[in-house]
Design a protein around this ligand. Structure first.
Ligand code: SAH
Length: 365
């Protein structure tokens, strides 16, 4: 196979600066300005590499819209609120959310929508989705560009795309995992020459005591810390839905997906998707450290049930043609599914917000 332009670039960097931490490799693969996976394509949908919950059923985005409306009410119905989505993909979830928001006109009238999207290609895709939308919409490459003011933040399958570090436990401590060139001239995993001396103290106990050879993944992205800082200072709440584990643990979850099938992580830099599970315990710990109050995580199936997925599905079926009614059932079964191919159990929802709001909608009762 021909070497991709991004692989040439990665090899050049390794030749210049030595083995590259996994985090840097993942960052380049996903968001290198010219050759990054998200920068060059729309990966979603049946013809793409993967399908997300909002692409499975309009009900998903509608329920997220109702969640945001309930948060707005809990905030005391501010006259202006910024509804922010991180990593909106095709914009489907927000589009469905805004339609559902018609049930609470005062909420819809209070909204300015901010889409935080690093990829110019996907920004263009999103602008098409919102061509006819009557709510003010603004686009940003990073969350820092979202102006001050109360915010409601939503993110589906966004955090799994944020790059992870890897560390490997050796006899005398932890070493960062790197990508290097092996003796045959291939990209390969290795470990850094130097130990990370203070690393162990930062680890949860279950990870610290793991056997030699264990691998630990973690994220150092500051975006959710920034979101938390804003929520606590200016009011609001955030909802993150993604797949992952509720307790920090050792083990590799970094995976490559191309054309709906698993692929080799190092095989085709820039042309396959790389993701890693979300460590919800670490996420909760990080946002709490900024003063935000955490609700959840709970499984997606439970969250959607509490938001009323069953009633919404029944209402949709009542007005649908018979074959479309079956499609609603199939989609709901996929969103709620408890088995490995379903999303109900593997995906979790976590919310965090201004402590004055108390427990957040969808997480109580
Ligand atoms: N939320 C959508 C898309 C998920 S794919 C859905 O559920 O269908 C991940 C999205 O995050 C893509 O839109 C991708 O371009 C965006 N993204 C990835 N890394 C990003 C970053 N660092 N900053 C902003 N957006 C990012």
């Amino acid at each position: 196979m021909e070497t991709s332009p991004l692989e040439i670039e990665i090899r050049r960097r390794i030749a210049l600066a030595g083995p590259m931490p996994v985090r840097q490799f993942m960052t380049l693969c996903l968001t290198h300005p010219q050759h990054g996976y998200y920068m060059t394509r729309d990966p979603l949908g049946r013809d793409g590499d993967f399908v997300t919950a909002p692409e499975i059923s309009q009900i998903f985005g509608e329920l997220i819209g109702l969640w945001a409306a309930a948060v707005w009410q809990a905030m005391g119905q501010p006259e202006n609120v910024r509804l922010v989505e991180l990593g909106p993909g095709r914009g489907t979830m927000m589009h469905d959310a805004l339609r559902a928001a018609h049930v609470l006109p005062a909420f819809r009238a209070a909204l300015v929508v901010h889409l935080v999207e690093i990829s110019g290609t996907l920004q263009r895709r999103q602008r098409e989705t919102f061509e006819k939308t009557d709510v003010p919409m603004l686009w940003h490459e990073s969350f820092d560009e979202v102006p001050d003011g109360p915010i409601i933040v939503v993110a589906n399958e966004f955090v799994d795309a944020l790059p992870v570090h890897h560390a490997v436990k050796q006899l005398n401590g932890w070493y960062e995992r790197v990508v290097e060139i092996d003796p045959n001239g291939n990209l390969a995993f290795g470990i850094a020459a130097d130990r990370m001396p203070q690393f162990e103290q930062t680890l949860p106990l279950a990870v610290r005591d793991a056997p030699i050879g264990s691998l630990y993944e973690w994220r150092t992205d500051s975006i959710l810390l920034e979101v938390s800082r804003r929520l606590v200072r200016q009011g609001g709440a955030a909802l993150v839905i993604d797949y992952g584990h509720v307790e920090s643990a050792v083990g590799e979850t970094l995976q490559a997906v191309g054309g709906h099938a698993f692929a080799n992580t190092l095989a085709a830099p820039g042309s396959i998707d790389l993701t890693a599970h979300v460590d919800f315990q670490a996420l909760a710990f990080a946002v709490e450290s900024m003063g935000a109050t955490v609700s959840g995580p709970i499984e997606q199936a439970e969250f959607l049930r509490r938001l009323g997925i069953e009633q919404r599905a029944a209402a949709l079926k009542a007005i649908a043609a018979p074959d479309k009614a079956d499609e609603v059932d199939v989609a709901v079964a996929r969103l709620m599914g408890q088995e490995a191919t379903g999303m109900g159990k593997m995906f979790k929802a976590i919310a965090f917000g201004d402590p004055r709001l108390g427990p957040l909608p969808g997480f109580v009762g």
